[in-house]
Write a protein that binds this ligand. Sequence first.
Ligand code: NDP
Length: 305
Amino acid sequence: MTDTQSDPTSPTRSVSLLGLGDMGAAFARAWLAAGYSVTVWNRTASRADALVAEGATRAESAAHAVAANTLVVTCLLDDASVGEALESADLTGKDLVDVTTGSPAEARARAAWAQARGARFLSGGIMAVPPMVGQPEAGGYVFYSGSRELFEARREALAVPVGTRYVGADAGHAALQDVALLSAMYGAFAGITHAFALVRGEDEIALKEFAPLLTEWVVSMSGAVGQMAEQLESGDHTSGVVSNLAMQVAGIKTFVGTAHEQGVSPELLTPYFDLMRRRVESGHGTEGGTGLVDLLRSGGGSADR
Ligand code: NDP
């Protein structure tokens, strides 16, 4: 170990953390466990008590927390709470890393706001839940975008709670990829919710036995993602298609009919089916699903591109 690595008072082994909710507290514990000097602040001060007992230093205000270290991490509810918390803090010369979930536009505006106050800025999108923090084998990570210099300088500290993925200088891109992955998760959960609704209540189908089949199927179908990316990049939506849209649209009546037979609302599926139908009606029945991406990007109107 170098002196810098072993000295907890070294600027590269010290961090100020604002926000001690479930996620912020998990980040604080990971840094403490790694021997970092951690200064903490939370709007509701009592939420810091346990961490102080574990070795963190309490800051009396957000401004004091910012003053205590060069590396300042915010993990608050939303972007508005970041602005509120940092309102009276002096950010000159600070490395501000904001892992609060927000939109790409909020991240870009926050980057400009921080730079105008003399700070380097990095926006983070956390791809983990609190129990994954401090557990490298759990595979959690944070997307980071914004100042590459900040990221390189603070890489070691940022890699302590979960893994890191730097995705570019545009401060909005961490949030964009975060939201894109979470949106895919919600779409997948919508399908899983519908599948359970279909089979729930059938005496001869044990949900615990159905669950591994569902997992296996969803994982197996996710193999299409790579081919979708290739088709989108080439602009050719028809090469290598094995399940064309016209065939899939012909099957919609079976899916909606089965839902009704089971007394299940098809509401989670019908928006996707409507898109498929519109794409076929505009003459794209030989495509797979990637034409729907262009349909969505055109606002859902004309499918012709
Ligand atoms: P919590 O709801 O547990 O904590 C929210 C934190 O924000 C608390 O410290 C709260 O302070 C603080 N806060 C809220 N409003 C304000 C304000 N106006 N001024 C100052 N502080 C404020 O959330 P998490 O810790 O779980 O999440 C934090 C961030 O991490 C969020 O952006 C979330 O989207 C993101 N995230 C969370 C995940 C999770 O599974 N938990 C997963 C991935 C990302 P107080 O204690 O005073 O209320």
